[in-house]
Design a protein around this ligand. Structure first.
Ligand SMILES: [Ca+2]
Ligand SMILES: [Ca+2]
Ligand SMILES: [Ca+2]
Length: 283
């Protein structure tokens, strides 16, 4: 008896189990998937702002500044270097229109050699139109007295200026040279083939100097008059020599030489019809 109940019980239990499991299967089919689709829609907040690069119209380069002037540099008027050398000492400055073009050209006097003990003096012209020419001054007195150029003067009325320069000195006299420019070259004007050395000054027993002569009185110099006098003994008489020169092509050509005795204090003493040349005296 107890077995049948037990069996029945088992059957019931199994049925219940079957029912239970059957219902479980059905429920599992109906169960909706709880996985909610969390599709995180990424918002397009990263909208890159349009960088409107507006061209600044104020920075427009004017076209006129782009004209590249490629004009070639004008050639120098003369060859040579018109600049002072780097080792120039005691340099001084003057001016003369050596080519007569209306522009004043620059004159330099300077020394070279060891600092403070130069062994060579120079004269130099720097042309206003470019280029230059230098000339060594070899007068033995130059190293003691120094060299200095004066401003220009037209000695022969041809429209170009020559110039005097101090090239030496004695106890009571100064030695002046005459200088000219020929074909872009600075030259020491010669007298009978030797560089001109005009003495100016006076002692008790002598005097010397030079003047410019404008024979036809037209305002243009014609001749250079070089004079000197030596006292005759203890008298007041001087033996005077006066020589007229004409400047031609870098040479002072002899025109007239006079020797005449004059007495100090007499009318005409130290007067030879000319006038002191402009820019002729040692500065
Ligand atoms: Ca000139
Ligand atoms: Ca001249
Ligand atoms: Ca004249």
């Amino acid at each position: 008896m107890s077995h049948s109940r037990l069996r029945r019980g088992v059957v019931l239990v199994s049925i219940l189990v079957l029912v239970a499991t059957g219902c479980g299967d059905d429920d599992s089919d109906d169960a909706a998937p709880s996985t909610s689709s969390t599709t995180t829609t990424t918002e397009a907040t990263t909208t890159t702002a349009p960088t409107t690069t507006v061209a600044d119209s104020t920075t427009t380069v004017p076209a006129t500044t782009t004209t590249t002037t490629t004009t070639a540099a004008p050639s120098a008027q003369c060859p040579g270097d018109g600049a002072l050398p780097g080792d120039a000492q005691y340099a001084t400055l003057a001016g003369a229109d050596v080519d007569g073009d209306g522009d004043v050209d620059t004159l330099h006097a300077y020394a070279t050699g060891d600092p403070d003990t130069p062994n060579q003096w120079w004269l130099q012209v720097s042309f206003a139109g470019g280029g230059g020419s230098a000339l060594a001054v070899d007068h033995p007195g130059a190293l003691l007295s120094g060299v200095r150029a004066n401003d220009g003067v037209d000695l022969n009325g041809d429209g170009t200026e020559e110039f005097f320069a101090k090239i030496g000195a004695g106890a009571s006299t100064t030695i002046m040279g005459v200088f000219d420019v020929i074909d872009c070259a600075l030259v020491h004007v010669t007298i009978e083939g030797t560089p001109s050395e005009l003495t100016t000054g006076a002692t008790v027993g002598s005097f010397s100097g030079f003047e410019c002569l404008d024979i036809d009185v037209n305002g243009a110099n014609d001749f250079l008059l070089v004079y000197s006098g030596q006292r005759l003994g203890d008298s007041n008489d001087f033996e005077v020599t006066a020589i007229q020169y004409a400047l031609v092509d870098g040479e002072l050509d002899l025109i007239l030489a006079d020797g005449l005795g004059m007495t100090e204090g007499d009318p005409g003493f130290m007067e030879f019809g000319g006038e002191e040349c402009p820019n002729s005296q040692p500065g």
